[in-house]
Design a protein around this ligand. Sequence first.
Ligand code: DC
Length: 652
Amino acid sequence: MEHFDLPPLGRVAGNVSLPGSKSISNRLLLLAALAEGSTEIRDLLDSDDTRVMLAALAALGVGLEKTAAHAWRVRGVGGPFPVKQGDLFLGNAGTAFRPLTAALALSGGHYKLSGVPRMHERPIGDLVDGLRQIGCDVRYAANEGFPPLAILPAAVSLAAQLSSPLRVRGDVSSQFLTALLMALPLTGRPAVVEMTTELISKPYIEITLNLMARFGVTVQREDWRRFTIPGGQRYSSPGTVHVEGDASGASYFLAAGAIGGGPVRVEGVGRDSIQGDVKFADALATMGARIEMGDNFIEACAPASGKLRTFDLDLNHIPDAAMTLAVAALFADGPCKLRNIASWRVKETDRIAAMATELRKLGATVEEGPDWLGVSPPLTFQANAAIDTYDDHRMAMCFSLAALGGVPVRINDPRCVTKTFPDYFERFGSIAAPVIAIDGPSASGKGTVAQRVATTLGYHFLDSGALYRLTALAAMRAGVALDDESAVAAVATALPATFEGERILLAGDDVTEAIRAEDVGVGASKVAVLPVVRWALLERQRAYRRFPGLVADGRDMGSVVFPGAPVKVFLTASAEARAQRRHKQLIEKGMAANMRTLLQDLQERDARDAARAVAPLRQEDDAALVDTTPMSIDEAVAAVLDIVRGRLPFIN
Ligand code: DC
């Protein structure tokens, strides 16, 4: 895919479960590899950067076994790497390159480390200087101060060199300190690391120290200037470890909630997180967003006033999530300033320059300095901006928020998100893609119209009635009484249903026709009044929300399932017209039909539907009424499309 076209976006709401954190995943992989014993890592991120680390560890003699979709068993080598020769390609993964450099420098072998061209432009001199101080033989294979590197066995005794502190800079990347801290216990000797400059991105060092402690190695920290690793410590496996959800990845969804109404809830990080980027929520709160935090979730809503405020913040502690804030600045009520972000210059791309260039495409006025960025929001968003992403996953993800300005936005080379968040756009779509909710009484033609509207717009289609019919059919087949609420809800939760184009399968059996039978319809209306059954189907229905958009047909689409749907249509027709349509359908199918009984049935069903306590049939306040009594199907489709175009500008 060359580019991803985001439609103009409005209301955003929903829940997102986060993939594992990149920073934690790659640290845990290395620690588990160096440790004694075997470690089960659960919820490991599956992305380019973790794959690079896994491949490198395998090449270095570490036993790796995938035990579940996101779980790996790592058989630790209990010290330096046993494979003493290797040529490792590490892509653009800083979290693999830097720590492996240090661990390999202390492994006494011959190794070559290289990456993509951008990796060879990212400085590594401070780390190499630190390693050389203790006698490691690390050489630059091309340019002084940059990868690729050649590592050779040390000519001197490393232990002897450790008596005096290692002195390193901490103002370019905190990953150099992380790399040294994680590798030094391989010597088994006491070691001290002293910073010669201010240390940036301190929360990432907290992650490092926290995870090392879980593997049995404690580090004494004096301020952020001196780190002491007492001797005699070895890494040993804690058994099973879980990877938290990615807090940097959470920032996009939280910002979307703050900009687009919300509530948006991210699951997998919360109050107890060890990741510094959860502090992004505080920055959003500074802008006026309403934030709620639980042990394992964070939720964001727009300010009560609806408008986000300007900010002027030092963001050194959240360098990655700060990019999201730069794009959120487009939605502030005045100029915003991001300070102390010099590390952006040496990340996947020069993020300060890239951010300035791309924000301007949306109409913002942007000023940049060596370590700061000033963003003045546009009066109106520039439509159809084509955003370049510089092979930087975070550029692609944070600029997706620009579509919340109500304009179409094109993201070039969107696949760069695979570095840390392969299904980012699917998840963003699940809270942001436009939804057209269509409801109406039985036989109003809404099913046919909804499907035709979806086809015309190229949108996904949800026939929610089919889910209730499938639940009824599955319950009937399993011999479950249709008024046994918890048993039917269990059937609904486990419903083995798949939609393959026009075909509907239940546990592999084609039931496209079967679910339309009269007794199944009656069964569906019975199970549809059970609140626990409706609740059991809720997330399944919400999962249909995907880019470029969704047409959702059914009773509570605009009220419960997608209350923020920007387009709601109530399609109706007189009972006589509906009875006539049904009559014609039945005759065409060669079935017997009687107008009088059909009319009576419909009227009775309308009364029952409107009177029922759970999800009664009614027109939502914000739903547009389309009375199709005098219309053909084509005319009804055209009428709905008119409403859609009125509410969703830019739709073709
Ligand atoms: O639209 P349909 O006839 O296929 O729907 C089957 C039954 O499910 C019908 O009684 C209405 C009910 N239903 C519901 O309660 N909520 C929905 N979202 C969709 C259908």
